[in-house]
Design a protein around this ligand. Sequence first.
Ligand code: HEM
Length: 186
Amino acid sequence: MRTLGLSFVALTLTAAGCSSDSYTPTGTGPAAKLYCNSSGKNAFDTFGAAAFVAVNESIFTNVGTEIGAHMTTNLGDSFGKVGTGMPASTADGAAAFKGTLAAFLVYVYGGPDSIKYTDGVTYNGKGEDMVTAHTGLAITSAQYDYFVANIVVPALTTNGVTMDDVSSCFAPPITSAAFKASIVGQ
Ligand code: HEM
C-alpha cells in the first residue's frame, strides 16, 4: 500500500494497477500517479482529453435530467444558483463552470494544468480551491454522495469507462473523506 500526499487530500492507493518503468504521466496533479487497471497509466493518459470533455458534458446533462425529474430533492438548490453570484461562489456563469470543472478534472487525473475547452476559452484546473468554489452552497453529505453515485459514475460508464477503471483510477480522489469535506457543509 502506498500513500500519496496530495494538495487537498491524503490518498491511499490499494487497487491501482502497475505501470511500466518507461511511463511518465503527462501531468502532476494529485491523481497523476493513480493508475487504471486497464492500462497501467493514469486516467487522463488512458482516456485522453476528448473523453474528459465527453464525461464533463455528460455530468452537466445528467444534472439537468436529475433536476428536471426530481428538482431539488436529491441535489439541493445549488445548481439553480449558478450565475447569480449569490453566494459569491456562483458568480461564474454556466459556461465558465463547465470549462472550469473540465479543467479541474483533467488536472486532478493527471493531465495538463489547464485546457482549452469547447468554447475556445482556456481554463485552469490547477489551483482551483474546492472550499472557495462551494462556499455558501451548504451542500450536504447526502447530496454529495448522490452526485457521485448518480451523476458522475453514470457519466463515466456511459462514455465507456468500465467499473473496474472507475474503481481503480477515478473513484479514490472524489470518495476520499478529506476531499468530500472540502465541498460538504461550506
Ligand atoms: C466530485 C465532486 C465535485 C467536484 C470535483 C466539483 C468541482 C467543482 C468546481 C471545479 C467548481 C468551480 C467552478 C467554477 O469556478 O466556475 C465547482 C463549483 C460548483 N459546484 Fe462543485 N464539485 C463537486 C461536487 C458538487 C456537488 C455535490 C454540488 C451540488 C450538489 C456542486 C455544486 C457546485 C456549484 C453550484 C458550483 C458553483 C458554480 C458557479 O456558479 O460558478 N458541486 N465545483
